[in-house]
Design a binder for this molecule. Structure first.
Ligand code: TXA
Ligand code: MG
Length: 518
């Protein structure tokens, strides 16, 4: 193991002479050292962008995979021109509108920036920060500063100097403490290197603001960004890694305010009963309605800037306090909601509970409805559900009723289950009511059903495995041997077990218990 570095601490207060204070950190950067510094978004871990050795040190200090490129911080647009191969007109338009500020552009690079800095890519991410310390550090050092967020890879980005110390003290040369940051979420990344400008990471500068300067159809979101599965991979390498993960198990609860409070209270009570330490992320409006647990007020819904600013700090505090279960409200606010929910959903590894949603029917759909769908339905019937649910198996392509596949029958018999009288049936639109959930075996089936059935939409039709937080499709064993059918059964068995847990989590919330009393 390496001997720890002595990490020098610098502190800037309003009114300080920045040029004077930043002389030494500037020198450290010039000589190839690493300096953490505040920006308006989050703290960055800086090194000289043109020095391959500095970039390697950044990856080592963060424990970051070396294929995840760094952002280069500049103080003047001419520096962008100096490292880009060619600039599309949008670069200037965006710079005029949002620089200095919380926006990063991806452009094609020339040879001046080493591959170590860009993780081997021939494009480069560039940002001109507005924070006075960041600006002055670029000027005083004379370097373009390559800086990822100054956290250990996988932890929430640092919004205070103490967060940086917690992760990196002893591993870097210096930390400049400029107090808490203003925005609290990382910059918006816009890719200009490949066709229509594309948002690779949402941030303070939202899609609307970009459309306002580029034009309605002249900018889009990376389709891989919000997907629940890994089919469409986000384009920014960093958005693909598990990220911002707190140590506790985080679940997001969404729905009407009353349902959310009720569900979080119920789940918290249960977790506390099981001896778990529980943290709750609450808005100012609802915080007094939570009954137990460590309740963190994130901010008012009317002030989503506050919510953004506080999110990472709360996740870190919960880590420090040994919180094991975290329940968070959803914050789909109009201004920064996309950016907030992007970080929160990643932190929760896509675990979202829809509170108060009544489910009275579950339909499993496969191709011909003779194999995976009836197997899933039969497994579901054997689960213990808090609420009775009607369970159906259907096919998308059923020309005439068929009995269950013989190998499926053999596998089921081996498990003491049988479906002797089963006959396949085609899915009908009338079967999809507003309290129905439809589950398909893969993404193509889901897309097809949403397109063809008026009652099916993104909020009631899901790929079974993705819905429970798994990433693989339920593969069709058709044409395989008995063992492959057996494997499919085992996969389905596990998946259906998780589905039952998930349905039980939302059952019994306020709306339903009210009904019961009537
Ligand atoms: O607000 C911010 O952007 C902060 C502050 C310090 O400026 N920095 C930051 O850096 O968040 P980092 O390294 O944590 O995130 C950089 C993101 C990663 O997701 C990375 O994959 C992506 O930018 N990125 C960098 N260069 C890229 C490129 N050439 N193509 C696609 N994505 C790129
Ligand atoms: Mg980061």
């Amino acid at each position: 193991m390496r001997t720890p570095l002595e990490t020098k601490q610098f502190r800037v207060m309003p009114g300080d002479d920045l040029k004077e204070i930043l002389k030494e950190p500037g020198k450290i950067l010039r000589e190839g050292g690493l300096v953490a510094f505040p920006t308006e978004t989050v703290y960055g871990l800086g090194g000289d962008a043109e020095n391959a050795a500095s970039s390697r040190k950044i990856y080592a200090a963060k424990g970051r995979p070396s294929d995840n490129p760094l952002i280069i911080h500049i103080a003047d647009f001419s520096q962008m021109e100096a490292i880009a191969q060619e600039l599309v007109p949008e670069a200037k338009i965006l710079a005029d509108a949002f620089w200095p500020g919380p926006m990063t552009m991806i452009v094609r690079k020339n040879d001046r920036i080493p591959m170590e800095t860009t993780g081997g890519l021939d494009t480069v991410a560039v940002r001109m920060p507005s924070h006075p310390v960041a600006r002055q550090l670029i000027l005083t050092s004379g370097c373009m500063i390559a800086a990822p967020s100054a956290n250990t890879s996988g932890r929430p980005s640092p919004t205070r100097a103490e967060h940086v110390s917690d992760d990196l003290a002893g591993k870097i040369d210096a930390i400049i403490d400029g107090g808490p940051v203003e925005i609290g979420l990382e910059s918006t990344i816009v890719d200009l290197s490949d066709g229509i400008p594309t948002v690779l990471r949402p941030g303070y500068i939202n899609l609307r603001m970009l459309e306002d300067v580029l034009g309605q159809d002249r900018v889009r979101m990376d389709p891989g960004l919000m997907e629940e599965n890994t089919r469409l991979r986000p384009k920014a390498p960093g958005m693909r890694y598990k990220h911002y993960a707190p140590r506790g198990d985080l679940k997001i609860v969404e729905g009407s305010e009353g349902d959310v409070v009720e569900t979080i209270n119920r789940l918290s009570a249960k977790a506390i009963e099981e001896g778990r330490r529980v943290g709750i992320i609450a808005s100012s409006e609802t915080k007094s309605r939570y009954l137990q647990g460590d309740i963190a007020e994130i901010g008012a819904r009317s002030d989503d800037k506050a919510i953004a600013r506080h999110l990472f700090g709360i996740l870190r505090r919960f880590d420090d306090d040994g919180i094991e279960r975290i329940y968070s409200e959803a914050f789909d606010t109009p201004r920064m909601g996309t950016a907030i929910m992007n970080r929160l959903i990643k932190a929760a590894a896509h675990q979202v509970i829809r509170a108060g949603r009544r489910v009275t029917r579950v339909i499993f759909v496969s191709g011909r409805g003779v194999c995976r769908a009836p197997m899933a339905a039969e497994l579901m019937r054997r689960q213990r559900l808090i609420r009775p649910v009607e369970i159906l198996a259907r096919g998308r392509l059923v020309l005439f009723p068929e009995p269950i596949n013989q190998k499926v029958q053999a596998v089921l018999q081996g498990k003491g289950m049988e479906l002797a009288d089963y006959e396949s049936r085609v899915l009908k639109n009338e079967e999809i009511s507003d309290t129905t959930l439809v589950f398909t075996m893969d993404a193509a089936q889901r897309a097809d059903i949403i397109q063809r059935f008026a009652g099916a939409d993104e909020n009631n039709t899901y790929v079974l495995s993705y819905y429970v937080g798994d990433e693989l499709d339920i593969l069709n064993p058709y044409g395989g041997n008995l063992q492959q059918y057996g494997l499919c059964f085992e996969v389905l068995n596990q998946t259906i077990g998780k589905l039952a847990v998930k349905l039980n989590e939302t059952a019994g919330s306020l709306s339903e218990s009210k009904e019961e009393r009537i």
